[in-house]
Design a protein around this ligand. Structure first.
Ligand code: ZN
Length: 236
């Protein structure tokens, strides 16, 4: 298994983790995610459809669904939205339409941000990213507890988002190894930033010039195609 993602510091202290090798993906989960996406495509729908449907206009900052989706265990919460791209920190990727924010949820409902997943206008995943504390106002948790259990993650949601919840869980399990490293890289970037600027963690969390601490691009669906040597014609 590849360990080093070729981390490099670039724009505004953000760590960009290099693209991981296909061997780092969980094959069964990656295939399951691809199959769900193809099934949705065969119904002439993208993976954005369960979130935003045909309702228009799509509004920046609004959560889709409006009150977020909470899985039946109460341990996870997620929503889709887009930032205003005219503002600094808008898109996380040049082709991004919006992104899914996924949170761990405490028994009292406090949220800790696990990851963002940027999607293009067709609902194709583009990149994972970790955010600074101010972005979502989260209760910050260290990488260790944040990434526990990702390889066996399940997301069960009732209603129209049930299918997309399973797809998100598939993707998180598929990318569990590099995702975990990305969250560790988040903590490392935060610590080195605080050390370099002689500021407290709390000061860094509130720094509006830093919205993303670490990210890595993904090449979907080529990552899963590379795993099994098949071509999913829908994506071509
Ligand atoms: Zn966001």
């Amino acid at each position: 298994m590849q360990k080093d993602h070729g981390k490099s510091l670039c724009w505004k202290n953000q760590v960009i983790c290099g693209h991981m090798g296909a061997c780092e993906l969980d094959q069964a989960s990656a295939q399951s995610a691809a199959v769900r996406q193809i099934a949705q495509a065969q119904r002439q729908r993208s993976m954005l459809f369960p979130f935003i449907g045909r309702s228009s206009p799509f509004q920046a900052w609004q959560h889709y669904p409006r009150n977020d989706a909470v899985d039946t265990s109460g341990a996870w919460q997620f929503y889709y939205h887009a930032h205003d791209t005219s503002q600094d920190g808008g898109a996380r990727h040049p082709r991004e339409h919006g992104h899914i924010h996924v949170f761990r949820r405490s028994p009292t409902g406090q949220l800790s941000h696990l990851t963002g997943l940027a999607l293009d206008a067709r609902g194709i995943p583009l990149a994972w990213f970790s955010t600074n504390q101010w972005v979502t106002g989260e209760r910050w948790r260290a990488a260790g507890p944040m990434v526990q259990g990702l390889r066996t993650l399940r997301l069960q949601v009732r209603g129209p988002l049930a299918g997309v919840a399973l797809w998100i869980a598939d993707l998180i399990r598929a990318y569990a190894a590099p995702l975990s490293e990305m969250v560790v890289a988040r903590d490392e970037a935060l610590a080195s930033h605080c050390s370099r600027h002689q500021i407290s963690t709390e000061q860094a969390w509130k720094d509006r010039s830093i919205s993303v601490w670490s990210s890595f691009p993904i090449d979907w669906p080529n990552d899963v195609i590379a795993l099994q040597g098949q071509v999913f014609k829908y994506f071509k």
